[in-house]
Design a protein around this ligand. Structure first.
Ligand SMILES: *[C@@H]1O[C@H](CO)[C@@H](O)[C@H](O)[C@H]1NC(C)=O
Ligand SMILES: *[C@@H]1O[C@H](CO)[C@@H](O)[C@H](O)[C@H]1NC(C)=O
Ligand SMILES: *[C@@H]1O[C@H](CO)[C@@H](O)[C@H](O)[C@H]1NC(C)=O
Length: 220
């Protein structure tokens, strides 16, 4: 028979464990959507708090559309951040952050620090939100945008007929934007695909690779 003091300490351990469990497995997240925040939400640990900000900017129009939101993620939270420079002076960035502790999503996302230094990659770029195709022109990529992507957007909710809003874009993106299937700007489902960059100097690559092959053959 265990002594009563052993039982007592066992009980205390259980109560402490249950307390630790309940505080670790749910917490409050700030809850907002581009407006003053509503009361904090209590989230399950498996959901996580999210902090999302995204911005579409048009240099030509001198206008930008920013959206931000915070809350409990409905399913398991997956962080994702990418930037894109598209045709007609359009740029887009998206930052979805996940965290798992009390009010960990309270900070405001300020957006990426984008470098304007060319990185040597050149992509076809265009942008339209009126059509399903556009006329691509070459664009020099900068900073971390080292991939060439095609972006196809369809309206997430609402009409699917010929009147449905569509978007089509090409341009330079970060590698994280290569294979997306996400909803952006509240109601546009985008799918992205990366394609080969415009090669500035086509004959060079085969020459280098055949030289390398020759070296490997020599070594072997
Ligand atoms: C959509 O693209 C087609 C083919 O390039 C073009 O003929 C048409 O004028 C475009 N429509 C709009 C609204 O830009
Ligand atoms: C793009 O870069 C090339 C050099 O790689 C340069 O000759 C060209 O002027 C640049 N184009 C623009 C639009 O800046
Ligand atoms: C894209 O995402 C939607 C919703 O998250 C999902 O239903 C669909 O199957 C996905 N498509 C692909 C090809 O992964």
């Amino acid at each position: 028979m265990p002594s009563s003091s052993t039982l007592k300490s066992l009980l205390i351990t259980c109560v402490l464990a249950a307390f630790a469990f309940s505080t670790a497995w749910s917490y409050n997240c700030e809850s907002c959507s581009s407006n003053p925040c509503s009361p904090d939400q209590t989230c399950e640990a498996t959901q996580g708090c999210f902090n999302n900000k995204q911005q579409l900017q048009s240099l030509a129009l001198g206008a930008s559309l920013s959206l931000w939101s915070k809350g409990c993620n409905q399913k398991e939270c997956t962080s994702l951040a990418f930037t894109a420079s598209l045709g007609n002076g359009y740029t887009f960035w998206y930052d979805h952050r996940c965290c798992h502790s009390e009010k960990c999503n309270k900070d405001d996302i300020s957006g990426p620090q984008k470098s304007s230094d060319p990185n040597g990659v050149k992509c076809y770029a265009c942008y339209t939100d009126q059509n399903i195709s556009c006329d691509p022109v070459p664009l020099n990529c900068t900073g971390t945008e080292t991939k060439c992507a095609v972006i196809i957007g369809t309206e997430a909710r609402g009409s699917t007929g010929p009147d449905a809003r569509r978007a089509f874009a090409m341009g330079c993106t970060t590698e994280s934007a290569c294979q997306l299937n996400v909803t952006v700007l509240d109601n546009i489902d985008i799918r992205t695909y990366c394609i080969d960059p415009i090669s500035g100097n086509p004959p060079l690559m085969p020459i280098i690779s055949s030289m390398l092959t020759g070296l490997f053959l020599l070594n072997a």
